[in-house]
Design a protein around this ligand. Structure first.
Ligand code: DOR
Length: 470
């Protein structure tokens, strides 16, 4: 891959200076065109063919690359405050930038949790110097305990748009009803981790063929689907808005599809790992594959992919869940659930949904084309980028017409939050070289096809030639 040329200014100096992203194919919600992109003072100032390079501008080579709006992750665990041995806002944001993300929504299951303005302000302040925008989600209930409502209005006044007790679902139906009624008044969205504790409790993987073979207690699909169905009923009752986090089963897809057909205000995300891995990965009892919701059978994986292609699923979100090796390298029953996702999301999702195809033997990043795949599951790269950028930007309240600065389109006057992707580049995932403080990637040693080459955040090249600059 050709080195990007820099003229006169270093990438970090380019924050208020000029950048030219040269020779790529611009892909955004508006369409696809071959164009150079000129950035100055943090905004896009020109998009066109063979532009003149302003004196002193940094030139980022984008030959053979896609130039897209920066990706937006609706679901990132940054672990700060409270578990800085697993991740910090700084290291997580670096991993995000390397993955092409220019904004992430930090989950509130920190210690203390984000159930007060003070903690939300701390996260926002720690994020203000990070390599991408760090938005924060607030808890629905105090302490994420599912009993008393968090100060949703106070948090909404700080700009918090999403509320969730993620890591746990709100079990009590009357608490969830009140939360929805309360949230309506502030025009915010409740994001539900759908899991019925009574059914899921004690399980460590999907309840099915593999849990029986391995003798591991399982979590049935119904533990998720019961809460999806319940919350759809509550949306109908209250007129509130629910975003379903990491749905993982064909049954959840069917419920969301029916709710959307009815015109209810629901959205749903899926994760890269649920689009690409099955419960068979647990065959070796490796805790790196323990995640919540659990990896499901291939029929569910196929249903999720089809739901991405049909538009039922609104976003792909990483559920980046770092865990320090001291905790994660344990037996399956003891290890906490969760896996890293930020740096591998794009190639995994392109592999699972896009032209590269999905190949069980070689993994999601296989360069082999998707032989035998159902054509209904193959999406255009632009639609895949929509799931990772402009559609989640809207759910997070970070789109331009919502007062935010993400999701594009790439046009003069737009904030310069851009990622440049080389769809053909291959790279091997080495856990020791990831930017995260933790190492719990399910993709260790796998070869990915597709790499984020540059990331531009607020006009600054924070990633150049796949190397983070700050
Ligand atoms: O696997 C998971 N890990 N699922 C969740 O919902 C929470 C997350 C975490 O915080 O580790």
């Amino acid at each position: 891959m050709a080195e990007s040329k820099r003229r006169g200014a270093s990438p970090s100096e380019s924050a208020s200076g000029s950048l030219v992203i040269r020779g790529g194919t611009v892909v955004d919600a508006g369409g696809t065109r071959v164009a150079d992109v000129v950035v100055s003072g943090g905004v896009v100032i020109e998009v066109g063919a063979e532009v003149a390079v302003p004196p002193g501008a940094t030139v980022l080579d984008a030959g053979g690359c896609l130039v897209a709006p920066g990706l937006v992750d609706l679901h990132t665990h940054l672990r700060q405050p409270g578990a800085e041995d697993a991740e910090t806002i700084e290291t997580g944001a670096r991993a995000a930038a390397l993955g092409g993300f220019t904004a992430v929504v930090a989950m509130p299951n920190t210690d203390p949790p984000v159930d007060s303005a003070a903690v939300a302000l701390e996260v926002l302040s720690l994020g203000s110097g990070a390599a991408c925008q760090v938005a924060v989600a607030g808890a629905i209930t105090m302490g994420r305990a599912g009993e008393r409502l968090a100060p949703i209005g106070e948090l909404a006044a700080l700009g918090v748009r999403l509320f969730t007790d993620d890591g746990a679902g709100v079990q009590d139906v009357s608490v969830m009803r009140r939360a929805l009624e309360y949230a309506r008044g502030f025009d915010v969205t409740l994001a539900q981790h759908c899991e019925d504790d009574a059914l899921a409790s004690g399980g460590h993987m999907h309840e099915g063929e593999w849990s029986s073979r391995l003798g591991v207690p399982g979590i049935p699909a119904e533990a998720e689907e019961l809460m999806v169905a319940r919350d759809i009923a509550l949306v109908r009752l209250t007129g509130g808005r629910v975003h379903f986090l990491h749905i993982s089963t064909a049954g959840s897809v069917a419920l969301v599809a029916a709710a959307k057909a009815e015109g209810l205000a629901v959205t749903a995300e899926v994760t890269p790992h649920h689009l690409s891995l099955t419960h068979a990965e647990l065959a070796g009892y490796d805790p790196v594959f323990k995640v919540n919701p659990p990896l499901r059978p291939e029929t569910d994986v196929c249903a999720l992919r089809a739901a991405c292609a049909s538009g039922i699923v609104d976003a792909v979100a990483t559920d980046h869940a770092p865990h320090a090796p001291e905790r994660k390298d344990a037996t399956l029953d003891v290890a906490p659930p969760g896996m890293l996702g930020l740096q591998t999301a794009l190639p995994v999702v392109l592999g699972a949904l896009g032209a590269a195809g999905f190949d069980r033997e070689h993994g999601a990043g296989s360069a082999r084309n998707g032989a035998g795949r159902d054509r209904a599951q193959v999406m255009s790269v632009r639609d895949v980028l929509g799931l990772l950028s402009w559609r989640p930007a809207r759910i997070a309240g970070l789109a331009r017409d919502q007062g935010g600065e993400h999701g594009g389109p790439i046009e003069p006057g737009a904030p310069a939050n851009i990622c440049v992707i080389d769809p053909a580049a291959t790279w091997e995932v080495d856990p020791a070289r990831l930017a995260s403080r933790s190492r719990n990637t399910p993709w260790a040693g796998r070869v990915m096809t597709g790499q984020v080459r540059h990331t531009v955040f607020r006009g600054e090249a924070v990633v150049v030639d796949a190397q983070v600059q700050r």
